[in-house]
Write a protein that binds this ligand. Structure first.
Ligand SMILES: [Zn+2]
Length: 342
């Protein structure tokens, strides 16, 4: 089968299109003929490499995918060949206390497709049966491949960590990113007023279409001053971010008393300072977050089916143009998800 393979870390020229054998199938697994894969920032890290982190090379990148079940192991129940499915990106043991209590992303064996094992940028993938999520006929494969990782990540941040409530104000940084565009919608779904911050007016216009009531163009205005103006100096209840060093001080300063800052990454750097007096005097919470419970994907896809959450497909490329797709993602030249057709 055709797959994208990374043998060595580096630039986009390390993304090779190769013919590799289809993976073997175990009894509790399913083989999915993928039709679309969603790219994530994680793909860039896997391609470039991270000092001190070992990836299992060669690897097929890609954490999100959607397609049709081609073959089922005898232990997989509830599905049939031909069913349309999305694959859940998180793989865990399924047997430990964390897995059984719905906290599979805390499992000691937790891994992500395309990071810890071969991922979705391939014609076929083999995944455990519990990683299959049925998708409605109304959803295209491209749309379905735009959902899992970013909506799961954003759901845990907005709902499970920040416990956003109706009437609260939520500031979403990086509003044009996959996680940002998902977080805007999930915060709105839970009754919050959303302020979107992004690097261009065009991205803010799209954020407004997804339900953001206010927008802050970071190429023209100061984040903290704008938040003070919009909230009449009160600050926001929740900040959702993954920018890290470049915005950290301002993110903390934007919080109202009792505010929560949730972050799922540190794209511009991870070394930040923290004034502890500010944290306890204002009753602030600083919450780290990675991925989310597999169970949430069933909830998320129900909202997608009902039209309450919209997958945001920014650009679609054929498999052979993977290098171009990575470049676009790297340059942040797109609002929403970059999708590969397979
Ligand atoms: Zn487990």
């Amino acid at each position: 089968m055709k797959a994208i393979r990374i043998h060595e870390h580096g630039g986009v020229d390390r993304l090779l299109v190769e013919e590799i054998p289809s993976p073997a199938l175990r009894g509790d697994e399913a083989r999915v003929r993928l039709h679309a894969a969603g790219l994530n920032h994680l793909d860039l890290w896997v391609r470039r490499g991270i000092p001190g982190v070992r990836f299992p090379l060669p690897i097929t990148p890609g954490s999100d995918g959607a397609g049709v079940i081609a073959e089922l192991g005898p232990l997989v129940k509830g599905f049939a060949a031909g069913d349309r499915v999305a694959v859940a990106p998180g793989i865990s043991c399924g047997l430990c206390e964390d897995c059984l209590s719905g906290r599979d992303n805390l499992c000691k064996d937790f891994g992500i497709l395309g990071e810890h094992r071969d991922g979705t940028c391939a014609r076929e993938i083999v995944v455990p049966g519990r990683n299959l999520i049925p998708i409605p006929p109304s959803l295209s494969f491209e749309e379905a491949a735009a959902v899992s990782l970013v909506f799961l990540t954003a759901w845990q941040m907005v709902v499970d960590k920040a416990s956003v409530r109706p009437g609260e104000t939520v500031l979403v940084l990086g509003a044009g990113s996959g996680v940002g565009s998902a977080a805007i919608q999930i915060a709105r779904l839970h009754g919050a007023r959303v302020i979107a911050a992004a690097g261009s007016a065009a991205k803010l216009a799209k954020a407004a279409e997804l339900g953001a009531e206010e927008g802050i163009d970071l190429s023209r205005s100061d984040l903290r001053e704008e938040v003070r103006r919009i909230t009449s100096r009160r600050g926001v209840d929740v900040v959702i971010e993954h920018v890290g060093k470049a915005t950290w001080d301002q993110s903390v300063a934007c919080l109202a008393r009792g505010g929560r800052l949730v972050f799922c990454g540190a794209t511009t750097g991870a070394d930040v300072s923290l004034n502890l007096r500010q944290i306890f005097f204002k009753n602030l919470s600083i919450l780290g977050s990675t991925m989310g419970s597999l169970s949430r994907l069933f909830t998320i896809f129900r909202h997608v089916e009902a039209g309450r959450l919209l997958p945001v497909v920014g650009r679609v490329f054929p498999l052979d143009r993977i290098q171009e797709a990575h470049r676009l993602l790297e340059e942040r030249g797109v609002f929403g998800k970059v999708i590969l057709t397979l």
